[in-house]
Design a protein around this ligand. Structure first.
Ligand SMILES: [Zn+2]
Ligand SMILES: [Zn+2]
Length: 289
């Protein structure tokens, strides 16, 4: 049985950059039955300190985020992602699921937007390198959109494998920065049923990520889990919770082989409360089995 940490702050249920309402308004109630287990712990996400934000972003970006009311949860969001990475790397927990109120992958050194404020994962990588001397990381990004901020910040960093499922198809010369054209979408899914869409997407994740991450030998794996790809959400590729559960099982198994189980799942895009309530609990359940 795995020791799983869930990182959460009550502000994520009241306000989110990513919703018409509050997509996490059913949390933590929706995972109460999982939190009742001895091997699952919920931690309150602390606000990230400015010192760490400044190692990744400019002072101007921080002033911009401060002035944007949609970014009010950004400090606790990034702080939870950092704390989750730290607890996984020190062995206090085996894996983590970080809930967030504001996203990170569209945030670059001096720009932000698209539901993102501070680049949570890049700040976490910076922190783990400086404080815990952990160097190599792999990121799988299955949000519907290209992770431009993360890519820009890490482009010349050979110690990070970044595999991004989006609309593009490319591999950098050193093989560490990869974009994969995601299967699915309205036209592609015409005439197919939901099961086909789920299987095609999950199979593509396995075939594009597995060998690369095995060869890369990272110390920690991040999975940017966006459910904006869900049928009916704003980046729909016609997927359902079944697809995300397949990916979660694959990521857990892959982490077991490659990093001794060290895996951090970071919530990304997706707007609907009903979808969040349906798809997130089974992922945390899989992590903690
Ligand atoms: Zn997205
Ligand atoms: Zn991409």
């Amino acid at each position: 049985m795995k020791k799983t940490g869930v990182f959460y702050h009550p502000s994520f249920s009241r306000k989110s950059y990513l919703t018409q309402g509050a997509r996490l308004e059913d949390f933590p109630g929706a995972i109460e039955h999982i939190l009742a287990r001895d091997n699952v712990t919920m931690y309150e996400s602390p606000p990230i300190e400015e010192e760490w934000i400044l190692k990744v972003h400019t002072p101007e970006l921080i002033r911009g985020v401060e002035a944007d009311t949609l970014c009010s949860t950004a400090w606790h969001s990034a702080g939870g992602v950092v704390l989750a990475g730290e607890k996984v790397c020190t062995g206090e927990i085996d894996n983590a699921f970080a809930l967030i109120g504001a996203g990170g992958h569209h945030s670059g050194r001096n720009y932000f937007g698209g539901y993102c404020c501070f680049n949570d994962v890049v700040i976490t990588i910076t922190y783990l390198r400086e404080i815990h001397n952990i160097q190599r990381f792999a990121i799988l990004d299955t949000d519907a959109h290209h992770g431009d901020g993360t890519r820009d910040l890490l482009y010349s960093d050979p110690d990070v494998l970044h595999v991004c499922f989006c609309g593009m198809d490319s591999v950098s010369n050193d093989g560490t920065k990869v974009d994969v054209a995601a299967p699915g979408g309205f036209w592609a899914s015409r005439g197919r049923n939901e099961k086909d869409a789920d299987d095609q997407y999950a199979d593509k994740v396995k075939s594009e990520f597995y060998q690369r991450v095995v060869d890369f030998e990272p110390d920690l794996i991040f999975w940017y889990f966006g459910f904006d790809t869900h049928k009916g959400d704003y980046g729909s590729l016609g997927l359902s919770g079944r697809c995300y559960q397949k990916i979660a099982r694959f990521m857990l198994q892959t982490a077991e082989e490659v990093t001794g189980g060290r895996l951090e799942v970071v919530l990304a895009g997706g707007s609907r409360t009903d979808i969040a309530t349906n798809v997130i609990p089974p992922i945390i359940d899989i992590l903690s089995k």
